[in-house]
Design a binder for this molecule. Structure first.
Ligand SMILES: [Zn+2]
Length: 403
C-alpha cells in the first residue's frame, strides 16, 4: 500500500491486533455471530513516520449510522465549551459576523457553545440520526461527508473551522484537507483536535486503535499533512480529553504565523523521546502483549473468588480491548452504559449485552472500566458505590496532564 500522507510505499508492520470486528457497530440480537472481521494492523511509514492502518473499512459502513453522542458526557461538553471560549477570546472576540464550520459536528455539542458566543454556525455530520438530533436542537447541520466538493458547494468562508476527533477517520484525507483550506477565510483559524499518538504510546492506550482511526498523529506527522495542503500549525496544547488530545491551531501557510513557544517545546519532546521512530512502536507492541497477560490474570483471579464483574461503558474503543484480550462472558456479565441508543445491543466480537445504568437490578463487585478516559467523572459519580465496596478497575490508567 501507499502511505496515506506521503504516498511512500516504504511501510513496515508495527502493531498487529489480529482480526477484529468493525467495533462501532453494536449488534442487534439477530446480528450476533454474523458480524464480519477485518485485519487491525498499524503500519509505520519510513518516509514520513505516520502510523496508520493498512486496511480500510468503507466509510459508508463505518459512519452512516453511528450511535456515539458527544453531548452525553459532561466532561466532553465542558471541554468543547473551553475550546469555543479560547478561540473566541484569542482570535475573533470583536469580529463582525463571525462564523464557524464544524466538521463531524456530531449532535451539535461543540456548535452550541459557539452559538452562545454569537457565532453563525454550520455543522457537517455524516450520521443521519445524529445530524437529525443536532437539527432538532437548533444547530444547522448538513448530513454529508465533508470534502473539497462540499466546501466548493457551500461557497462561503468561515472565521473558524473545527474538526474534533475526525481527522484520523478520514479516508478522503487530502480532499478534506483541501476543503478546509477552501472554506477557511484568509484570516481564519482552523482548530484540529486529535488523539495524540505519543500519549497513546506512553499510556498503553492501545484500545484507541480501531478501524475508524485510520491514522495516528504526532505533531510532526500532522504538520507534514497540513503543509502539503497549504496550511500551517502555529500553536498547540495537550488536553486531558480522551486520555490525551492535542488541540492544534492552524492558519493558511501564506500567513506564516511563528510557532508558539509551547508548540516548539512539544516538538522538542517528540524528538527527544523518539516518538516518530519505528523502534518506539515495536516496544509499544511488546508492552501491549504484557498488558494482556496481566489483565487476564486479574480477571481470572477475581472470577475464581466468585466476584461478579461488569464492564463499565460500552465505548467503541472498548471493543478493541475486549477482542484483543479475548474478554467475553467468561469474565464479564454485561456492559453497563448511559447511552440509551445502545440498550439491549451486543458488543461486536465478544457479544456482551449492553444494559443501561439506571435500569440495573443488581450491582457488580467489580466494574472493569472500558470508558477509562472519563475516570474522574466516573469516580465522582459513583461515590455511593465506592462506599459500598464496589471496586473500579482501570485497564488503562493515563498519567495526569498538568494544565
Ligand atoms: Zn508516509
Amino acid at each position: 500500500m501507499n502511505c496515506r500522507i506521503c504516498d511512500s510505499t516504504n511501510l513496515e508492520l508495527a502493531i498487529d491486533l489480529g482480526q477484529q470486528p468493525w467495533c462501532n457497530h453494536f449488534l442487534k440480537r439477530e446480528e450476533v455471530g454474523q458480524e464480519p472481521f477485518y485485519p487491525l494492523r498499524v503500519l509505520f511509514c519510513h518516509h514520513c513516520a505516520t502510523a496508520q492502518l493498512d486496511y480500510t473499512v468503507a466509510k459508508e459502513i463505518m459512519f452512516g449510522d453511528h450511535t456515539y453522542l458527544s453531548g452525553v458526557t459532561q466532561s466532553l461538553s465542558a471541554h468543547f465549551k473551553k475550546i469555543a471560549s479560547e478561540v473566541d477570546e484569542r482570535f475573533f472576540q470583536q469580529a463582525p459576523g463571525k462564523s464557524v464550520l464544524d466538521i463531524g459536528s456530531n449532535d451539535g455539542t461543540q456548535l452550541k457553545h459557539f452559538q452562545a458566543l454569537n457565532y453563525d454556525v454550520l455543522g457537517v455530520e455524516s450520521s443521519k440520526g445524529t445530524a437529525r438530533i443536532a437539527q432538532a436542537a437548533g444547530v444547522p447541520t448538513l448530513n454529508e461527508f465533508f470534502n473539497f466538493e462540499v466546501a466548493r458547494r457551500l461557497g462561503r468562508k468561515f472565521h473558524v473551522i473545527n474538526a474534533a476527533g475526525v481527522f484520523f477517520h478520514l479516508e478522503e484525507l487530502h480532499s478534506v484537507t483541501d476543503g478546509i483550506r477552501e472554506a477557511l477565510r484568509e484570516d481564519g483559524v482552523f482548530v484540529v483536535q486529535f488523539l495524540y499518538m505519543k500519549r497513546i504510546v506512553d499510556n498503553l492506550a492501545f484500545d484507541q486503535i480501531y478501524h475508524e482511526h485510520l491514522l495516528y498523529y504526532n505533531l510532526q506527522t500532522i504538520e507534514t499533512l497540513l503543509n502539503r495542503h497549504g496550511l500551517a500549525l502555529f500553536d498547540a496544547w495537550l488536553s486531558p480529553i480522551h486520555g490525551g488530545s492535542m488541540i492544534g491551531f492552524i492558519t493558511h501557510q501564506s500567513r506564516q504565523a511563528p510557532p508558539s513557544e509551547r508548540l516548539q517545546k512539544l516538538r522538542q519532546q517528540e524528538a527527544a523521546e523518539k516518538s516518530n521512530e519505528l523502534a518506539t512502536y515495536l516496544k509499544f507492541a511488546g508492552r501491549i502483549q504484557q498488558m494482556k497477560v496481566d489483565n487476564l490474570a486479574y480477571l481470572a483471579a477475581a472470577r475464581n473468588r466468585g466476584k461478579r464483574i461488569f464492564g463499565l461503558g460500552a465505548p467503541v474503543k472498548g471493543n478493541t480491548l475486549l477482542n484483543y484480550f479475548g474478554i467475553g462472558r467468561q469474565y464479564l456479565d454485561c456492559l453497563v452504559e448511559k447511552n440509551e441508543l445502545r440498550r439491549g445491543l451486543f458488543s461486536p466480537g465478544m457479544h456482551l449485552e449492553v444494559l443501561i445504568e439506571k435500569e440495573l437490578t443488581q450491582l457488580p463487585d467489580i466494574y472493569y472500566v472500558l470508558a477509562w478516559n472519563f475516570k474522574k467523572e466516573i469516580l465522582a459519580n459513583n461515590q455511593p458505590l465506592l462506599e459500598r465496596g464496589v471496586e473500579f478497575y482501570f485497564p488503562v490508567d493515563p498519567q495526569e496532564i498538568s494544565a
